[in-house]
Design a protein around this ligand. Structure first.
Ligand code: SAM
Ligand code: SF4
Length: 405
């Protein structure tokens, strides 16, 4: 089951932003995330906001068929709330769930409607996530024709046992074939998602997954440590003793192996969990999150950020469709960050990037802690930026705790 939403302060029915946040519209790039909350089956480790057909049942509005129309109506709300100062959109990311359960033409309609309302920058990045078994060569061709520039496939592992523990339904080899099909369709920005640390996965299994992913020659790889989320089937199986719990030392060894193999193959880490063949193939959409730019999240459970205001939508597709039909904001609650909260958040996020943290963001007493981090081999000072070493990346959250007042 998807986890519950955080509480926050209420959002006005018309979605209006506080004046100070609205005044910041146009001062930073604008991105749009569209959440597609549908999957064929739920993977046992996943607590993302997604629903199978049987979970949705026949509740009004909760259908894949009517979803894109509801999402487009939220775009109209975004136009009203952001006002005439909204810049053209720099990146679009359609994520899930499994976006490619929707027909390519529906996904293309979303892109076209975003373009009609906001315009797109000349070099806009337009990504969709895809489960490799949910798309074929013809579908990939169509997505490319409809303006998608980037595709991210969920591969997770190349090892049959690991895929079974994760409840992944694709056969080994299909993600690599999907990369070839995407390349033939003209995509030059192709990414694979991998997960390491699945119970029972050996270091050799992880090496096999890395080698298989690299053999497909993607432009980008995301490698995530498995998080055992409360309330998932995986957590229940671990609690019952059917599977061993993930182990921090094992996760650290696997992270270091990823860094070694990926960098040897010419991919460098530009964020703790993300590697690319060069600056041009970084995921610019995800960089907007780490740089605290502005983004509007469309769809059930989607999160947004504009000018220090963060808000999140109601989670269930039926509740979302109901709000949209009543022409009220689908936002469930929001948080208005003060200056100090925004500074701490920037430290937390920018330290994850290879370009590092601008040390002028730190207080004097925080800056005094930098030499200690350098002596412990966790960070390097590069001009006026603080950049994590590989050891520091392993302990990124701890480094932030040690650094901040
Ligand atoms: C939420 S999925 C959406 C895309 C697509 N449905 C898929 O599964 O590939 C995005 C990525 O999040 C990662 N992910 C999901 N749950 C995770 C977990 N519990 N621990 C680590 N990574 C996770 C997976 O690598 C997945 O590819
Ligand atoms: S396919 Fe992706 S979003 Fe759907 S349940 Fe699996 S990990 Fe979660």
């Amino acid at each position: 089951m998807p986890s519950t939403l955080p509480e926050g302060e209420p959002v006005p029915a018309d979605g209006r932003l506080p004046a100070a946040a609205r005044a910041e519209v146009g001062q930073r790039p604008l991105s749009i995330y569209v959440h597609v909350p549908f999957c064929t089956t739920r993977c046992g480790y996943c607590d993302f906001n997604t629903y199978t057909a049987s979970e949705l049942g026949t509740q009004p509005g909760a259908s894949r068929v009517s979803y894109v129309d509801a999402a487009i109506q939220e775009l109209d709300l975004a136009v009203r709330v952001l006002g005439p100062g909204a810049p053209p959109v720099s990146t679009i990311f359609v994520g899930g769930g499994t976006p490619t359960l929707l027909p390519p033409d529906d996904l293309g309609r979303l892109v076209a409607e975003i373009r009609n309302r906001f315009g797109l920058t000349a070099d806009a990045e337009v990504t969709t996530e895809s489960n490799p078994e949910s798309i074929d060569a013809a579908g990939l061709m169509r997505l490319r024709e409809l303006g998608f520039t980037r595709i991210s496939f969920g591969m997770q592992s190349a090892v049959p046992y690991v895929l079974t523990v994760l409840d992944r339904v694709h056969t080994p080899g299909r993600p690599e074939q999907a990369v070839r099909e995407a390349r033939a369709a003209g995509f030059t920005d192709i990414s694979l998602d991998l997960i390491y640390g699945t119970p029972g996965e050996s270091l050799a299994d992880w090496a096999t997954s890395l080698e298989s992913a690299l053999a497909a020659r993607p432009d980008h790889i995301s490698a995530y440590a498995l998080i055992v989320e409360d309330g998932t089937r995986l957590a229940a199986r671990i609690r019952r003793g059917e599977l061993p719990m993930t182990d921090d030392d094992d996760l650290a060894d696997k992270y270091l192996l990823a860094e070694e193999r990926l960098s040897a193959a010419g991919l460098s880490a530009y964020e703790v969990s993300n590697w690319s063949t060069g600056p041009a193939t970084r995921c610019r959409h995800n960089l907007t999150y780490w740089r605290s730019d502005h983004w509007w999240g469309i769809g059930p459970g989607a999160h947004s950020h504009v000018g220090g205001v963060r808000w999140w939508n109601v989670k269930h597709p039926a509740a979302y469709a109901g709000r949209i039909a009543e022409r009220v904001s689908p936002a469930y609650a929001r948080e208005v960050l003060g200056g100090e909260d925004r500074r701490v958040e920037r430290v937390l996020l920018e330290l994850r990037l290879a370009e590092g943290l601008d040390t002028t963001l730190l207080t004097e007493s925080e800056r005094d802690r930098i030499p200690g981090l350098i002596t412990r081999g966790l960070a390097d000072a590069v001009q006026d930026r603080l950049v994590l070493t590989v050891q520091g990346r392993l302990l990124a959250d701890g480094v932030v705790r040690d650094l901040l007042d």
